[in-house]
Write a protein of this length. Structure first.
Lengths: 254, 240
């Protein structure tokens, strides 16, 4: 009765496998692009819609930005099977804790919960078939002064707070370069942008990433195909619908 | 040897009597299916009586606080494991109560050498539409009854509980706002506590005097976006 949902679940079988069984030639691949950055009103977190299997485009309609609860989000990069399962486990864990303990889980505990799942996934990570490098964005529910934060993780579970932005996946390199440039020399820098401007920037960033990374795609404003973009503020999470993204896109181009 | 079954029957009878005696003084809880969702009302002293169980499920109970907590935790665990292993739509009261809670309650009731679970409770499941709402009255011995006519009350005295349920059902109209429905429940609560009859009773619009007790009102809100439909209501706000 300690509010730990993970304690109710059986241990996954793959955790018993040894690292020595890694097949030859298997590369660590995170073919995707997800990122988060601070804007004036909170945190923008976005991702493309493409899922790949090697050089095959598996799907162009994949949701990679997942709401864990009303005040936290996770952007997934890495092996989808493991990443989606981690998100589902966290969704259930946070709600289970809130309902059983009659209070929301603290932000620090949520950040650690994801770290714990990554650490538990170590055997699959070392074998190369289960690597996940997520981004977490959250805000403390019970503290009215708390501001949204961004955390990124290494595949072994170490957590790092991002002061301004974080990116993950094969297309994130170009996005991080642009965000770094804008933070240093942008006028305004992303952290001072209003939501509309930040949403247009997120769309542009994904289109930039898609230009250089074959595994990033599914965002074409001219064909009314937009990314998944969510906003996290003190009040909670909000999905930015396609119509709003389109309006922001058109206004930024005007 | 031949006396053993009779001793057991006697022990069970004594146990039932003991539990009913322990339940005396407990204050009733209410559930009403409304167009807006399912309204849960309880009046307690310090300890909560109305709880969220899962995305579309609520629980209200009277009895020993530790036993209420046991049942609440068991329901939350069963619902979350089921929702995680299958899907949120597979978490239904029919399965939760039929296969998990009622057997637990019955076993606990019949284990005459262990402490009994002293709880009378209501479970509610929000449907897409009002006719799809499910309300269940669950007794301390695992016996449970599904209700389709929109009102369930849990009280310590079965006869008075039936009278109060019939009265609330008669008083509440289809288009009544939640404030009025809450008023009807609180009027019935007062009548049950004062051991009054329901023949000449009419819903009071006067301010409810809780006499140091706390009124808890919650709604399984049909219109709430997202998976979670349970929210606590502010009594002062809903009564306008």
């Amino acid at each position: 009765m300690n509010g730990d949902f993970l304690a109710l679940l059986p241990k996954p079988n793959f955790a018993q496998l040894g690292a020595a069984s890694r097949p030859e030639g298997l590369e660590h691949v995170q073919a995707t692009t997800v990122f988060a950055f601070h804007c004036k009103d909170g945190v923008i977190i976005a991702g493309d819609h493409r899922a790949t299997a090697g050089n095959i485009i598996f799907s162009d309609k994949t949701e990679k930005i997942l709401e864990l609860d009303s005040h936290s989000l996770m952007a997934i990069a890495g092996v989808p099977a493991t990443a989606f399962e981690m998100a589902r486990t966290l969704q259930t864990s946070f709600e289970f804790y809130r309902r059983s303990q009659l209070q929301p889980m603290s932000l620090k505990a949520k950040i650690r919960a994801l770290s714990r799942l990554l650490r538990d996934n170590l055997p699959a990570t070392l074998q190369g078939f289960g690597i996940v490098q997520p981004i977490f964005a959250g805000v403390e529910v019970d503290d009215p002064k708390s501001k949204p934060v961004i955390f990124f993780y290494d595949p072994l579970g170490a957590q790092f707070e991002a002061a301004t932005y974080a990116g993950s996946g094969s297309g994130s390199g170009s996005i991080k370069s642009v965000l770094h440039f804008l933070e240093r020399w942008g006028n305004p820098p992303p952290a001072e942008m209003a939501v509309d401007q930040a949403v247009a920037l997120a769309t542009r960033l994904l289109m930039t990433a898609a230009e250089f990374d074959a595994a990033t795609g599914g965002v074409h404003p001219d064909r009314r195909l937009f990314a998944t973009i969510k906003l996290l503020t003190r009040e909670g999470t909000r999905n930015i619908p396609m119509e709003e993204q389109e309006r922001c896109w058109k206004e930024s181009a005007a | 040897m031949t006396e053993e079954p009779y001793r057991w029957l006697e022990a069970i009878g004594n146990r039932r009597e003991y539990i009913r005696d322990q339940l005396k003084g407990g204050t009733p809880v209410f559930a009403c299916s409304r167009p807006e969702g399912i309204l849960l009302v309880g009046v307690g002293q310090g300890m909560s009586k109305v709880f969220e169980i899962y995305d579309r499920h609520g629980f209200a109970a009277l009895g020993h606080p530790v036993d209420i907590e046991k049942i609440r935790q068991a329901a939350i665990e069963a619902a979350h494991i089921e929702g995680f292993n299958r899907s949120t739509r597979d978490v239904t009261l029919r399965r939760l109560i039929g296969f998990a809670l009622s057997t637990t309650l019955k076993n606990a009731f019949e284990q005459i050498y262990s402490p009994p679970i002293i709880v009378e409770s209501i479970f509610a499941e929000l449907g897409e539409t009002q006719p799809e709402d499910v309300l269940v009255r669950v007794h301390f011995d695992g016996h449970h009854k599904y209700t389709t006519d929109g009102v369930v009350i849990a009280h310590t005295d079965q006869k008075m509980e039936d009278e109060a349920t019939a009265w609330v059902r008669k008083q509440v109209k289809a288009d009544d706002p939640l404030g009025r429905v809450t008023n009807v429940c609180l009027t019935a609560w007062r009548a049950l506590m004062d051991n009054k009859g329901f023949d000449d009773l009419s819903p009071s619009d006067a301010a409810f005097t809780a006499n140091g007790k706390t009124v808890e009102v919650a709604l399984l809100d049909r219109k709430l976006a997202g998976p979670v439909h349970y929210r606590s209501l502010d009594l002062a706000k809903i009564k306008g």
